[in-house]
Design a protein around this ligand. Structure first.
Ligand SMILES: [Zn+2]
Ligand SMILES: [Zn+2]
Length: 154
């Protein structure tokens, strides 16, 4: 099973092998700042939507030479220079580069979002600018396995 994706303008195309490990929403200001430049309206919800994958299961299939990157809080974020859409992010720490976070808004998933793409939690909810009206766990920062405190918001 492969999933395909592309940035808003189509310059960057990618493919993933298999289902994501999980997907989640992030409300941190870093995500919001990056999204504010994006030309994709789906990026401007006030939080990001990210799919976690093993790095080895992700491949840029077109436009790799065009990708630009910026570093924010020890994460390197890869963007399309044309439509300013975030493609994926990876830790700058060589010990934490086995996994990456891919912007779910770029996947071409069709009408029925596969169950494996349903988000499991909100992170950095204490920094939110919009409330989420759902039953998902809302972490103040991040779960312990993502190097947060693991504390939940009320
Ligand atoms: Zn683009
Ligand atoms: Zn974030």
């Amino acid at each position: 099973m492969h999933y395909k994706g592309r940035c808003h303008c189509g310059s960057i195309q990618f493919e993933t092998k298999g289902d994501p490990l999980f997907t989640q929403y992030c409300h941190c200001s870093k995500c919001r700042t990056v999204a504010s430049d994006s030309e994709n309206p789906a990026d401007k919800m006030g939080y990001s939507f990210t799919a976690a994958y093993l790095t080895e299961n992700f491949k840029i299939t077109d436009g790799e030479d065009k990708l630009t990157s910026i570093v924010r809080n020890n994460a390197r974020l890869y963007l399309c220079p044309q439509c300013k859409v975030l493609i994926y992010g990876m830790s700058e720490d060589p010990g934490k580069q086995a996994g990456i976070g891919i912007n779910v808004n770029n996947f071409q998933l069709g009408e029925d979002t596969p169950a494996s793409f349903r988000p499991v939690r909100h992170i950095w909810y204490q920094d939110r600018i919009v409330d989420a009206n759902d039953e998902l766990p809302k972490f103040k920062d991040a779960p312990k396995e993502q190097f947060g405190t693991g504390e939940l918001c009320q």
